[in-house]
Design a protein around this ligand. Structure first.
Ligand code: UD1
Ligand code: UDP
Length: 374
């Protein structure tokens, strides 16, 4: 089979590593993977570093689309992906998650009748103000194989009629587990061996908080961003604990003079460039607690049994909240500070909810099996 894998944003490059590794380890005789990078993320520390560290081959195609308004960016991607899909026969396209790169891949492939295999299907925030919610709904609708990472994701798709008895579209939903969990298991010890980030930052295990912020409604609203930064400053001061904040470029670009004043006055809040994946993995494993609005970081905190403050108004990863390993606080100063007090004083459990670490293998076997009936 010839499969086209579309990646573009940081988490997609990371997720793609799991499938690429599994193909290289056992299926090269049956699957040729062609990687296409849309260029949605392009800074070295948002893109190339992950190819180097996770051992992913350089993309065969790079559209170099870059940043832009949603329509402009997505349109360029659709056009570029379409051209590649028309350049040779493909047996399927692999799409990850819910970014504009995902949406573009789904639109281009569906018009050319190329089967779509969506990894991380079925997630819903039920908040259509999120661009990601729109992207994932459209991609799921157009997909042939929907690889759901959790039971909740399967249930969401059932609610939307994907299991209807007479689904003439022959779509198939598979609960395969989470490819990010595959990666976290695979790279946890590698990170411990290879990374000296904690020494470089003079941090002790459980002696710091790890935070990330990049969600558009948090970065593009100065007041929400101020509430979050004020909460970080307040927690750092009160507990005399460093808060490590590797900053997404989107967030760095949105810092106002007022935000910078807040941060300049508190050296315990450490503003850094984005971490590499191995650095991030090590930092997550050793953090006292994680504070984030990232989907992926919420999950990795859970994988490494770290409590997590979710600085959004809802989450797709509802299991984390249901098991009380995470608390939703929105961008609300008081709710963030209260959640910190609560999570640092109660016992939290982390049952296995995201598969068995072999999601990639299950995905490949399903693709091969389904292809044999085509
Ligand atoms: C995108 C995804 C989001 C995902 C996130 C992962 C969409 C709609 N959003 O959000 O779902 O959680 O990636 O990180 O697809 N920038 C740089 N250098 C880069 C990349 C971005 O400076 O290498 C800056 C640019 O100013 C750009 C801004 O970040 O305008 C936003 O980038 P974009 O890819 O549009 O969205 P993200 O916020 O990264
Ligand atoms: N990540 C990273 N360096 C960082 C921040 C995040 O390598 O400085 C990794 C993180 O470990 C996870 C992924 O990026 O695997 C999550 O991506 P992001 O938070 O950008 O997007 P989301 O998951 O919200 O779509």
């Amino acid at each position: 089979m010839h499969l086209l894998t579309v990646i573009g944003a940081r988490p997609q490059i990371i997720k793609a590593a799991a499938l690429n590794r599994a193909i290289r380890n056992g299926y090269v005789d049956r699957i040729t993977e062609h990687i296409l990078h849309t260029g949605q993320h392009y800074d070295t520390d948002m893109s190339q570093v992950f190819f180097d560290e996770l051992g992913i081959p350089q993309p065969e195609y790079n559209l170099g689309v870059g940043s832009g308004l949603h329509g402009e960016q997505t349109a360029k991607m659709i056009s570029g992906i379409e051209e590649v899909l028309m350049s040779r026969p493909f047996d399927g396209i692999i799409l990850y998650g819910d970014t504009n790169s995902t949406l573009a891949g789904a639109v281009a492939a569906s018009k050319l009748h190329v089967p779509i295999f969506h990894i991380e299907a079925g997630l819903r925030s039920y908040n259509r103000n999120m661009p990601e919610e729109i992207n994932r709904i459209v991609c799921d609708q157009l997909s042939t194989l929907l690889f759901a990472p959790t039971q909740t994701a399967v249930d969401n798709l059932r609610e939307e009629g994907f299991f209807a008895e007479h689904d003439t579209l022959h779509r198939k939903v598979v609960n395969c587990g989470d490819v990010m969990y595959d990666n976290s298991i695979h790279f946890a010890s590698v990170a411990a061996q290879r990374c000296d980030i904690m020494n470089r930052l003079s941090l002790q295990p459980e002696g710091y908080i790890l935070a990330t912020i990049h969600r558009d409604n948090n970065t593009d609203d100065p007041q929400r961003l101020e509430q979050i930064l004020s909460a970080l400053v307040s927690i750092a001061r009160k507990d005399n604990i460093p808060v490590v904040l590797p900053l997404h470029p989107r967030t760095r670009n949105k810092l106002t003079a007022q935000h910078l004043r807040l941060l300049d006055n508190e050296p315990l809040v450490m503003i850094l460039e984005p971490f590499s994946y191995l650095e991030m993995t090590l930092m997550e494993q050793n953090a006292k607690l994680v504070m984030t609005d990232s989907g992926g970081v919420q999950k990795e905190a859970f994988f490494f049994e770290r409590p997590c403050i979710i600085m959004r108004s809802e989450t797709e990863w509802v299991e984390i909240v249901q098991h009380k390993a995470g608390i939703i606080t929105d961008a609300d100063y008081q709710r963030i500070v209260d959640a910190y007090a609560q999570l640092t004083h109660c016992h939290v459990s982390f049952p296995p909810l995201f598969g068995d670490g072999h999601a990639a293998e299950k995905i490949i076997q399903t693709i091969l099996h389904e292809n044999s009936y085509r």
